[in-house]
Design a protein around this ligand. Sequence first.
Ligand SMILES: Cc1ncc(COP(=O)(O)O)c(C=O)c1O
Length: 446
Amino acid sequence: MFIYVKNFNCTLWGARLGWVDGIGDAVEFEGHVRLSCLDGRPVEASPWRFLCPGGGLLDVEVEPARPPSWGLWASRRPGVWRYRELLPAPRGVEPVTLGEGGTPLVPLERVSGEVGARVYGKLEGSNPTGSFKDRGMTVAVTLARSAGARVVLVASTGNTAASAAAYAARAGLEAVVLVPRGAVARGKLAQALLHGAVLVEVEGSFDDALAAVIEAVESGSGLYPLNSFNPWRLEGRKTAAFEVAEALGGRAPDWVVVPVGNAGNIYAIWKGFKELRRHGLIDSLPRMAGVQAAGAAPLARAWELGLEEPVPVERPETVASAIRIGRPVNAPKALRAVRESGGVMTMVSDEEILRAQADLARLEGIAVEPASAAALAGLRRLAREGVVERGETVVLILTGHGLKDPDAAALHPARRLTVTADKAVDAILSIAGSAGLRGARSFQRR
Ligand SMILES: Cc1ncc(COP(=O)(O)O)c(C=O)c1O
C-alpha cells in the first residue's frame, strides 16, 4: 500500500524540503502515535514524514496501548525494546536489532571526589557499534523497513555512518553515507566500509553533507533519511533516559550532561524524562546541561548571548570531530530542552576535552572519544562556576567509545618503550624495580 504525502516545502537552515507524492508503505502502529510541529500543529503520522509542512522540526508522541510500568519493563531483557510501549513500534513488528541499549551506568569515584557531586557515567560506547547512535537507529531502521524503504541515507561526522551501515546490513537494506572528507575518525570510517555502505566523501563540512542529504531526499529519490531531523530516530534515543532512571531506582538525577553536536540527543533524553514523569514513573525532572567544543559552539554562544537562535559557525574546528558541527539541525529542540529543564549550555576548549579524555581513561578506566569527554570537561566547568552544586547527582552521557578515534587517543603522552627480545625481561624487572616492588631484585636475571 502506498501513502500519498502532499507536496510541501520546508525550510531547514536555508534548505527547502519539498516532499514528494507516493513514496513508501503506510504503517500501523501498536499504540496511538501522533506527529506534530514544534508549535503544536498536528501532522499525519507517517514514517515518511520528517518535517513540518511549511518548515521546521516534528515531534513524535506515543500514547501507549497499555500503561508502562517499571515492573513490566523489568520483566524483559535490558535494551531499547524493553520500553516498547513508549516507542513508535509498527504493529507486530520484529525489530531490526543488534541488542542495543542496556548500557552500564557506573559511578565515577574519582571524578565525584574532585567535583563534590555524585557522578555517574552512562557508557554508551558499550552499544553494538560503539556509540549511542544505535538507540535511534534500531527504531528508525525498523520503521524504514516496515515502510518499504530500500536505501537509507545519512550525513555523518562518523558514528551515525557506522551505525546506519550496521543496521542497514542487518535489515537487508542499502546504506549511503556522506561524510566530510578527511574529517572523520578512522575507526568510524572503517566500520561503515566494513558493513558495506557506499561511502561518499564530501569536500566540505558536515553541514554541507547534510544539506546534500536534504536535497537528495527532496528530489523524490525514495531514499530514506536517517539523520536526526527524522523525528522517528530520536524516539529510540530517549531510552537512555529510561535506563538512567531505572538504574537510579525510579528517580531522575539532578543533572544530565550531554555533549552537543547536531543537538538531537539532548532533546531526546529530555523528552524521555518528561515521558516518564507523565506516566507517573518518576517524581522530578533533571536539569539538562549541553556541552559544546569552543570551536564549534553555535548553541553555547547563543546561550551566552541570550539569543533565541544559534550563532552559526562557518568553519567549526575541534579535536572532537563527532561534534564538529556549525549549524545544528535540532537547535530549536535543544534550546527548548535546556530552557524547560532549567539547565544550561556551556563550552569547553580542546585542551579541557583532551584532559577529560585522559582522566576518564586513566583515573576511571573508561575509554571514550573526545566528543564524549566534553561531558566531563563541561561538568568540571559547571562545578567550578557553582552551577552544579556539591552533593547533587549527575549523569554524564559518555556517547562513544575511545577506540573510534585512535588518532585522538595517540595525542596523549604514552609510557612506552621498545626493546630487543633478549632485553625484554631486563626491561620488565627494571620497571618493577622503579615501581618499588620488593622482590624485583631477587628475581633479576643472572
Ligand atoms: C560521540 C558523539 N557524541 C556526541 C554527539 C552529538 O550528538 P547530537 O548530534 O545528537 O548532539 C555525536 C554526534 O555525532 C557523537 O557521535
